[in-house]
Design a protein around this ligand. Structure first.
Ligand code: 15L
Length: 270
């Protein structure tokens, strides 16, 4: 199962731009796609412009591809119409076109927001049922369900990476528990594309954070050995946040402000 030609959707976003560098030369061809214009192709790269909401364009994009890193779509809360177009219809188009084209492996960006309504006091693993904290989180739970269907029914291997927060360093106290560094995410993506026995797996896309809310033993079982930990950034972040007003809903749940936004219930879920 050689990965010769690997497609990155959403290649113009923050994670896509980072993977473009860290995966350069790892696979013979990196096909970089987005609906926005990308920087011109260098050696070993091809650049494509596709709107994943358009099936005909998606079919052209996936022709001749061996593996896909699917990052395309909306990456935060948005209107139902935009989520529907990009994260439901667009996602379906990518998986269905991949099936028709004989793609064998897909690494997919799901999110901590698929399980954002678990409390911070709880440690969760890859087997918990989804508890989305937003329309965006619902679309990510849908993406995991669609991946499961295409794995079971059509034999495509899926690594669903529930990404916490990707960046060179954690941004705030919540992100101390869910941060992932570019090199750790690159390692996880390579496991997803190269591990011989992946059928359908959910893992947390997080570094080796001391403050983690996740039992990421499924990723470890697949060979993931994260190098980074948010802890060296903790003192500075916590000092900067000291004395700031706290939202009780955001503070109680892992999804933080995604849980608090539009919240109208009169009692807090357990
Ligand atoms: C996500 O899923 C988003 O894609 C990202 O932009 C951040 O908001 C992240 O979650 C987070 O929870 O920090």
């Amino acid at each position: 199962m050689a990965m010769h030609r690997v497609l990155i959707t959403g290649a113009g976003g923050g994670i896509g731009r980072a993977l473009r560098e860290t995966l350069r030369g790892v696979y013979p061809v990196l096909l970089l796609s987005d609906r926005v214009t990308l920087a011109p192709a260098r050696s070993g790269e091809e650049v494509d412009r596709t709107d994943i909401a358009d099936m005909a364009q998606v079919e052209r994009m996936v022709a001749g591809v061996d593996g896909i890193i699917h990052l395309g779509g909306i990456s935060g809360e948005n209107t139902w119409e935009r989520i529907l177009e990009s994260n439901i219809i667009g996602l379906y188009n990518v998986f269905e076109a991949a099936r028709r084209a004989g793609v064998t492996r897909i690494v997919m960006a799901t999110s901590n927001h698929a399980v954002g309504f678990y409390k911070r006091a709880q440690t969760i693993d890859h087997r918990v049922v989804p508890r989305p904290d937003s329309r965006y989180g619902v679309s990510k739970a849908f993406s995991e369900a669609l991946a499961s269907l295409y794995a079971d029914k059509h034999g495509i291997g899926f690594l669903c990476t529930r990404i916490g927060n990707f960046g060179v360093k954690p941004l705030d106290s919540r992100r101390l528990s869910i941060w992932i560094s570019p090199r750790d995410y690159t390692q996880l993506v390579r496991i997803g594309l190269e591990h011989k026995e992946i059928r359908f797996e959910i893992v947390y896309g997080v570094s080796n954070n001391q403050r983690s809310w996740y039992d990421n033993s499924n990723a470890v079982r697949l060979g993931y050995r994260p190098q980074d930990d948010s802890e060296p950034h903790a003192a500075e972040i916590l000092a900067a946040e000291a004395g700031q007003p706290e939202d009780p809903i955001a503070e109680r749940y892992q999804g933080g402000p995604f849980c608090a936004a539009e919240y109208t219930a009169t009692t807090m879920p357990d």
